[in-house]
Design a protein around this ligand. Structure first.
Ligand code: ATP
Ligand code: MG
Length: 386
């Protein structure tokens, strides 16, 4: 009988205490199904998840690598949990020419078998040794045959593939991510998704003062991000020009960037309210640029009441870029774009802004800005990105 293509998926044990376990596993099963398509069969079995899929192994590998919550996975052959069948299947997964040495690593999900893990290692080891002529080597063997026994079946493979780690997208709730097309915010979005957050993206643009390229880049980034999500990514494209023009008329040049950021947060917070999101996310890294000094982070943060999560706060640029490369956003973030934040700003913002100065300006034009912000949100373009 021909074997179906099968992957065994393992997840982190830490989150599995108490009630969380079923919730976590269900979310992971849901996300696996979403990634592998309607014809995939996904089921929980003895503390792991089995995936039977209909696509090429390479394609399945790429998809499985992007699913947060997966600790590692393996493409496996299945056999009955009987010694003879396990022996034959173990031999069958080894490619010729056989390498010089091997070891067997066995585990049982429960104890209802006529053999122990040690029996498996000894007996299957002796069989493979006899049939192949390979030596048994416990430390650093050329190949390890892994045997997992669960619910009367055995799953046998020789390669453990590291997963994306973290928690399944969706288990933590929704967040609104302020997304530019730079390097930082896409990585911030993915970092939070890895902690179980479901992202809604908000991008501010100054079209037609700046070209459409920032929007196009953000849409491309959202596509990359969507490959890590079981759902299409909702993206708000918000014209920020009206708010900016009003700020420019009344605020000192040194405060422009700070005030832009505050009003971005205020609009993003309104999006969060509509979307029932529980936090805002930015790509800020402390001291990276003038707008990200602790003083400016303080002045900017006061504009919002929801928690502002800054997963990259302690990262340096090299670390962020390495993550961008790993997640696949690097190339798009390298593309040129017109940044709305530098519009009308001459040089750097104040590095030590004071809230009292900002409040003075907002005391005068705050109501007008609120009306413009509302208008911007009402006319936002909303896209679902697959
Ligand atoms: P990034 O690489 O994410 O653009 P950056 O280092 O360029 O970050 P800033 O431009 O100072 O830093 O932006 C800081 C954060 O403010 C960004 O990470 C992002 O969360 C938010 N932000 C900046 N510009 C925009 C924008 N046009 N639309 C939405 N959010 C923005
Ligand atoms: Mg930027």
């Amino acid at each position: 009988m021909e074997q179906r293509s099968l992957a065994v998926v393992h997840y982190h044990e830490i989150a599995l205490k108490g009630k969380n376990r079923a919730f976590f596993e269900k979310a992971l099963v849901f996300n696996l199904r979403a990634a592998l398509g309607a014809d995939a069969a996904v089921s929980r079995i003895g503390g792991r998840i089995l995936v039977q899929y209909g696509m090429a192994e390479e394609e399945a590998r790429e998809k499985l690598k992007k699913i947060f919550g997966v600790k590692y996975f393996a493409f496996a052959k299945e056999s009955a949990a009987e010694m003879d069948a396990i022996k034959k299947t173990s031999l069958g997964i080894l490619d010729k020419p056989y390498p010089s040495d091997f070891r067997i690593e066995a585990s049982r999900a429960d104890k209802n078998y006529p053999f122990t893990s040690d029996d498996l290692m000894r007996e299957v080891g002796a069989y493979v040794k006899e049939k192949t002529g390979m030596a048994v080597r416990l430390k650093h063997p050329a190949v390890t045959v892994f045997i997992e026994v669960a619910e009367k079946k055995a799953f046998i493979y020789s390669e453990k593939i590291p997963g994306a780690g973290g928690l399944p997208v969706g288990v933590a709730g929704k967040v609104v991510v302020l997304m530019s097309s730079g390097f930082d915010s896409p990585v911030a979005a993915l970092r939070m998704m890895r902690r179980g957050c479901d992202p809604v993206l908000v991008h501010f643009h100054s079209y037609p003062y700046t070209a459409r390229d920032s929007m196009e880049n953000v849409e491309k980034l959202a596509t990359v991000i969507s490959h890590y999500s079981p759902r299409p990514i909702k993206l708000y494209l918000v014209s920020f020009l009206g708010v900016q023009e009003r700020i420019v008329k009344s605020a000192p040049a040194a405060l422009l960037t700070i005030m832009y950021r505050r009003w971005m947060l205020k609009i993003a917070e309104e999006v969060a309210r509509r979307e029932s999101a529980l936090a805002l996310v930015t790509g800020d890294a402390v001291s990276q640029v003038a707008s990200q000094t602790l003083e400016n982070i303080l002045t900017v943060s006061e504009a919002a009441t929801l928690p502002i999560l800054r997963p990259l706060a302690g990262f340096d640029k090299e670390e962020i870029i390495a993550e961008a490369a790993r997640y696949g956003t690097y190339g798009i973030s390298s593309l040129p774009y017109g940044d709305c934040c530098s519009l009308f700003t001459a040089g750097s913002p104040a590095t030590r802004s004071r809230l009292t100065d900002v409040k003075k300006v907002e005391g005068l034009i705050g109501e007008e800005l609120a009306a413009l912000a509302e208008k911007a949100l009402i006319s936002a373009e909303i896209k679902y990105i697959l």
